[in-house]
Design a protein around this ligand. Structure first.
Ligand SMILES: Nc1nc2c(c(=O)[nH]1)N[C@H]1C(S)=C(S)[C@@H](COP(=O)(O)O)O[C@H]1N2
Ligand SMILES: [Mo]
Length: 377
């Protein structure tokens, strides 16, 4: 389904999509969720126009005076603080890092049987340059009490409609991840102020973890003694069985654990699916790989449906949580339809499986090899 005018005609959604590359396609209109096809992720830095969208509610109205936007930090802190965006910019060191943001449900469409939830293929991810300040600098400014264990994030996005009256999302992370030097409070994306759809004027980027904790339109961080209990912190969201290896066992959501770091994934970004290439000629295969909190240690490609694999060349990430770009040369000796597969391995030794493994009712963690078909002439 190509992106068109949202049925309801809400101006914010229309504007968000009008700004986007036509390759981006909506997989849900309300809430607005749009995926990037792999061939649109061929840039080293994902342009904002090609960056995926994941809303749970409505996009809030754009504030008139962004510099006066306030972020409150309260709860288990030495003193509750309220900082304007202007103050945040002034008081704390600015950092720019290229980092992957990936939706927790990325890859869900590869599960069989089908699960609940938005049916992402591999395109619920992008790698942009984020500019902001370190969350830990701001938390130190407020002063964390010894009892501080967890954050709770709040934004201003309105609920979708009367059927979904609760606030759309309010998730949180353990303090250790909040204090990680790569966790940023972000006001700019790819060198420009955030677009409204991506959280203008202030959002979190918690790299490597399910995107739901990278709160957009961020207005408050509550520091808590215990795990946060906001919207979508319930047993049915962003929770996975602690042991994913027992296919077919009965799952009790009460025993699930929070989905935190995302699994290793690679995608082929060139050539595009269905492209014509020549037989007996080297074809350059290009792609990207990332691995949550881990590092990508190897990417391989296969031109014989996974019977044999050849190592791709990796270009080093610019900074932690940047993706790893890869290239490989493949030569097809016969004409016809041929598949190219890619798979990555992470620093914990985990490798993308041929088919999605670890089926779970909420459909998290599907990271099968990426496969494209080429027309060899
Ligand atoms: N306030 C708010 N923040 C949010 C969301 C949301 O619905 N509301 N969606 C989250 C989810 S599930 C993801 S994957 C990312 C997507 O960020 P993007 O739309 O900028 O790509 O934002 C996260 N932050
Ligand atoms: Mo997400």
């Amino acid at each position: 389904m190509a992106v068109g005018k949202a049925k309801s005609g809400r101006s914010t959604a229309d504007a968000a999509l009008a700004d986007k590359d036509p390759a981006i396609f909506a997989i849900s209109e309300r809430p607005l969720v749009a995926e990037t096809p792999p061939e649109a992720l061929n840039d080293d830095t994902t342009p904002t126009e090609k960056f995926f969208i994941r809303n749970n509610g409505e996009t809030p109205p754009v504030p008139r005076e962004a510099e006066r936007w306030n972020l409150s930090i309260d709860g288990e802190v030495g003193r509750a603080v309220r900082l304007s965006l202007g103050e945040i910019r002034q008081k704390f060191a600015h950092v720019t890092q290229r980092m992957v943001l990936e939706c927790g449900g990325n890859g869900r469409a590869y599960f069989s049987p089908k699960t609940e939830g938005v049916q992402w293929h591999h395109g619920g991810a992008g790698c942009a340059e984020w500019t902001g300040v370190r969350l830990r600098d701001v938390l130190k400014f407020a002063g964390l009490r010894e009892t501080a264990r967890f954050t709770g994030h709040f934004g201003i996005d309105p609920a979708l409609d009367a059927d979904h009256p609760s606030p759309p999302i309010s998730r949180g992370i353990p303090i250790a991840k909040a204090m990680d030097e790569n966790t940023l409070l972000v006001f700019a994306m790819n060198g420009k102020e955030l677009r409204p759809i991506h959280g203008f004027p202030l959002r979190l980027i918690v790299p490597g973890w399910a995107g739901s904790v990278s709160h957009k339109w961020l207005s408050r961080i509550l520091i808590r003694k215990d795990r946060h209990d906001g919207t979508l912190m319930d047993p049915w969201h962003y929770r996975v069985p602690s042991d994913l290896s027992h296919y077919g066992s009965s799952f009790d959501p009460m025993t699930f654990v929070d989905l935190e770091s995302m699994p290793v994934r690679s995608i082929i970004t060139a050539p595009a699916e269905g492209a014509k290439v020549r037989a007996n000629t080297n074809v350059a295969i290009r792609g990207a790989a990332w691995a949550g909190d881990q590092i990508v240690t190897r990417v391989e490609v296969s031109s014989d449906q996974g019977v044999t694999w050849q190592k791709a060349e990796l270009s080093p990430p610019k900074n932690p949580y940047d993706w790893t770009r890869f290239t490989a040369m493949i030569c097809f000796s016969s004409m016809g339809t041929h598949e190219v597969w890619s798979r990555a391995t992470d620093s914990a030794g985990k490798i993308q499986p041929n088919e999605a493994q670890g089926w779970n009712p909420q459909g998290y963690g599907a990271n099968p090899v990426h496969r494209i078909a080429l027309n060899v002439i």
